[in-house]
Ligand binder design. Sequence first.
Ligand SMILES: C[S@@+](CC[C@H](N)C(=O)[O-])C[C@H]1O[C@@H](n2cnc3c(N)ncnc32)[C@H](O)[C@@H]1O
Length: 421
Amino acid sequence: MPKRRRPSSSHRQDFLADGVPEAHQRLLEHVLANNARLSKVKIAKLPHGIGIVASERVQKNEEITFIPKSLLVNLYDIEFPNSSPIDHPTKVHSSLAAYVASQFHAPNSNDPFISILPPFSSFKSSMPLFWSKEVLTNCPPWIHSFALKQQEKLKDDYEHAVKVHRDARGVEFSKEEFEWAWAVVNTRTIYYRPKKWYKVPAEDCMTMCPFIDYYNHDARGDESCTVSFSTDGLRVTTQKPYAPGEEIFVTYGEYNNDHLLVEYGFALPANRADNINIDHWVFSKLSSRHQEILREMSFNGGYLLDENEVCYRTMMALRLAIISDDDLGIGKRYWDFVKLVEGEMEEDEYVELYEMDEKMVGGMLKEVVEAVVKYGEEKTENLRQMLADEEFLEQKDSIGSAIERWGQMIDIIAKYREKNK
Ligand SMILES: C[S@@+](CC[C@H](N)C(=O)[O-])C[C@H]1O[C@@H](n2cnc3c(N)ncnc32)[C@H](O)[C@@H]1O
């Protein structure tokens, strides 16, 4: 492919809105000099950070960004000692983080991609995995337990990176640099699986992609731009027209706000994919035997409530919950429940047969919903008190985010109750 001419400096300015720091200009020059195609877009400073806006009118189905393969950083760009990454799938998140962290210590380190990355302080305040124990214990339980899992993964990834990249290959980075880089990789990588990667496990198909990682998320998947990949690189295409100055979003996935908060450190004020995980409260209605049976049936956990309804999994868990431990494994009712799980009985038929039981399930569901609100109000009050306490002054952003999330959850429940009176 012929080399693209280096753009003139006025041309480069076309891709930067006013007020965007100088470091972003260097990144822009770097990608344009390396055959990226940018069309009708600008990097802009927005209330929620850096993002991309339309620089002129954009039509539906237009390619607005193309980043060639040579600019991507993934599995194939990180050296793995003594092995091919495909034959020995390795911890790509850990290795990418080691790669990013080590850039500080690389000779002539002045990587334009690294210089535009957010500072560690912004991840520390926005991502629950870096929040204090006091804040986490007052968060919604799903967020708390997910953040603990992430802390474990980060610890494992750090140990792996030290062994493989620092000790074996002499790559330099400190623990704090690694933690920052791990958060960078977590929030800025894109799923990339061109055809020839068919042997690579899905969780290893992550790529860093300069410029495309400027696009912010919107939950409206049918309106946000599509990001498609090929062996040549990654491409962003519009699905609707844009007016000049309008922010252009992609979608990171159909995620609720809990997921956005733990994985990306933000929640959307109006997220049409939002719902609440109510595992903590449903589990309190289940004996250990119930949970064991639900585990065997792959119905253990993942109980969700949105403003319209509770999910089928929740209904199944509560239907089992009203069968006492003594009746589990015996009697027609238990075996009809099994038939329902296995799809051998229609839900309507089950509901008709066990009308009284269904009333009990409804009552139990009401208790669950009440318990969520009560718990949420108590935790919110604790967080408010922390906010007023000088000791937690430095944590006011994380406390504020936790309060906000409880507020959104309690709102969802209010709407759910209104619709299910
Ligand atoms: C891939 S980066 C997008 C660019 C980023 N805004 C920046 O300043 O470099 C993802 C991060 O952007 C932020 N972000 C993305 N979409 C957002 C949104 N709709 N509202 C608020 N923050 C968002 C979150 O901090 C997220 O971790």
